[in-house]
Design a protein around this ligand. Structure first.
Ligand SMILES: *[C@@H]1O[C@H](CO)[C@@H](O)[C@H](O)[C@H]1NC(C)=O
Ligand SMILES: *[C@@H]1O[C@H](CO)[C@@H](O)[C@H](O)[C@H]1NC(C)=O
Ligand SMILES: *[C@@H]1O[C@H](CO)[C@@H](O)[C@H](O)[C@H]1NC(C)=O
Ligand SMILES: *[C@@H]1O[C@H](CO)[C@@H](O)[C@H](O)[C@H]1NC(C)=O
Ligand SMILES: *[C@@H]1O[C@H](CO)[C@@H](O)[C@H](O)[C@H]1NC(C)=O
Length: 511
């Protein structure tokens, strides 16, 4: 998860909100029968085996090894590379319909392009086969922050148009090798926030930015122009891979291809006309920047106006390729933000993306280290997609609660959050949203991009002090499992279920 961090680092702060863990007023049978429930991870965050079997470094590896994740790295992570069978077993026990994971480009194609690594192929074939054998749908993301470092070094990765061809070839290998079993492909994770955090503010890989950002961490970059250039290439790369899939594979493989964006929700801080207009501007910049080209073939007018010559233009042909290049949209949603008009930002020289929006973003604080529970934000995003973008099929690819990572398996706050958001999701579906699935972030406590192992989102705790990296179910795993098995679990029952298990794991941690 990347995006919520972006808003916290950018925003003023407002203090309110809390909810109660009441018993559920719905069960999974209230959702459409073909609606799928899952949980997710990404390659660098869980696999480990960073040096094994021919894998080469990615930009995320470089970032973590420079100490930016509280000194933690993905060298071992949760070691899913070796423990995938055990993890699939846990997924089965939990009752997941689907598992969302990503493919490490530098494991599959160590030079970024060219020869395919047979050991990389073998790993992903094994994982996919294990999932299928147990009736769990693989939902695969191709790019989740971790660009092969070799491509960053050679031509500055997403800043070069050359990325379009290399990404398409990587995608081609994935479709060809795994597409007989993988029916849900997502080209890019959180394209909008990947660019803002990586090229505007520069606090995630590849860490590019210029003043006012980056006094501490960017060696190079240009926050005025690079976010728009990288964003443009992401859209072109997505469109190119989607076109390839549709032309060459879809008829035979019968799968679906989409793209994921970070789905903020924005609400005006006050009901003044200025704040209401500013809120629409925030939607146009943070959502429309990607969604308008995908749905209508061009950037929103206000984005083109405020970014001027810094945003590349689509050629006629590119516009045709990008428009409609998806079967579904994946959304990562964690929080809603209040918007206040700030025209002063538009008067600064060397404007960057955030300044081009001309707003102040005001976060609501939850309990320390946690998100506030604002499920109307998810409903807002889904309604907006319904009304403005033609109600495309949507997968909620990420949603979940951050907490401090520790041996406390009683993550009641996570259960409260998830339960509230599922309720909001159900309301949106009942009001006509085309949402098709919901994935909790994250299945395990993974390496988080900034927080490392300090905070976590997992349904399962991973004991990093144990050489076996044993997994322990938290209250949220029991709760989700109960829900998936059609029960309506009350907090008391959930606590009861978890008491024995917690006693067991406490015994272990005392040894
Ligand atoms: C960033 O790029 C813009 C547009 O190309 C240019 O005018 C500006 O001088 C560059 N800024 C920096 C800090 O390099
Ligand atoms: C703005 O108006 C709406 C509709 O009347 C109301 O629900 C909302 O609470 C108001 N917001 C603020 C911040 O006053
Ligand atoms: C563990 O994290 C929870 C939730 O963030 C917190 O309430 C609790 O005090 C922490 N426990 C320890 C032992 O640090
Ligand atoms: C439900 O959908 C209708 C029609 O699109 C819309 O006008 C209304 O605002 C929606 N209700 C909520 C609560 O979002
Ligand atoms: C878990 O924590 C909640 C509040 O944080 C508390 O009400 C509940 O009793 C705890 N459950 C167990 C089994 O300790």
């Amino acid at each position: 998860m990347v995006g919520s961090r972006l808003s916290f680092s950018l925003c003023l702060v407002l203090n309110l909100s809390v909810t109660a863990f009441s018993s559920l007023e719905f069960s999974r049978y209230d959702f459409p029968t073909d609606f799928i429930f899952g949980a997710g991870t990404s390659a660098y965050q869980v696999e480990g085996a960073a040096f094994q079997d021919g894998r080469t470094p990615s930009t995320w590896y470089t970032f973590a090894h420079a100490g930016h994740a509280h000194g933690a790295t993905g060298d071992i992570a949760c070691d899913e590379y070796h423990k995938y069978k055990e993890d699939v077993k846990l997924m089965v026990e939990t009752g997941l319909d689907a598992y969302r994971f990503s493919i490490s480009w530098s494991r599959l194609i160590p030079n970024g392009r060219g020869p395919v690594n047979p050991k990389g192929l073998e790993y992903y074939n094994n994982l996919i086969n294990e999932l299928i054998k147990h009736g769990i749908e693989p939902h695969v993301t191709l790019f989740h922050v971790d660009l092969p470092q070799v491509l960053e070094d050679e031509y500055e990765g997403w800043l070069s148009r050359r990325i379009v061809k290399d990404f398409t070839e990587f995608a081609d290998v994935c479709f060809r090798e795994f597409g007989d079993r993988v029916l849900h492909w997502t080209t890019l994770n959180e394209g909008n926030v990947f660019v803002l955090a990586g090229y505007d503010m520069g606090f995630i890989p590849p860490q590019r930015c210029s003043p006012p950002f980056g006094l501490t961490f960017c060696a190079k970059g240009n926050s005025s122009s690079e976010p728009y250039i990288a964003g443009h290439h992401l859209l072109l790369a997505h469109a190119s891979a989607a076109r390839l899939y549709k032309k060459k594979y879809q008829d035979k493989q019968h799968g679906f291809i989409g793209i994921n964006i970070f789905g903020y929700w924005f609400a005006p801080l006050t009901n003044t006309t200025e704040d209401i207009i500013a809120t629409q501007r925030a939607k146009d910049f943070y959502l429309g920047w990607f969604l308008d080209p995908l749905v209508s073939g061009d950037y929103p007018e206000i984005v083109k106006k405020n970014a001027g010559a810094r945003i590349p233009a689509f050629t006629k042909n590119e516009c045709k390729q990008v428009k409609g290049s998806f079967d579904f949209i994946g959304i990562n949603h964690y929080l809603a933000i209040h918007i206040k008009d700030n025209p002063e930002k538009l008067k600064t020289d060397q404007r960057n993306f955030a300044a081009d929006v001309g707003v102040d973003m005001i976060s609501t604080l939850g309990p320390p280290g946690q998100y506030p529970v604002m499920p109307w934000g998810l409903q807002g995003v889904l309604e907006y997609f319904k009304q403005v973008y033609g109600n495309p099929p949507i997968y909620i690819h990420e949603n979940g609660q951050q907490m401090k990572r520790n041996t406390t398996l009683n993550d009641t706050a996570r259960v409260e959050y998830i339960q509230a958001y599922m309720g909001g999701l159900l309301d949106a579906i009942r009001n006509g949203s085309n949402a098709r699935g919901y994935f909790i972030w994250s299945f395990l406590d993974v390496l988080e991009i900034i927080e490392g192992y300090e905070s976590s989102y997992g349904l399962y705790y991973v004991d990093l002090d144990d050489p076996d990296l044993k997994r322990y179910p938290k209250l949220s795993a029991h709760w989700y499992s109960g829900f998936l098995k059609g029960k309506n679990i009350t907090p008391d029952e959930a606590n009861d279920i978890t008491k024995n298990k917690m006693a067991l794991s406490n015994a272990r941690s005392i040894q």
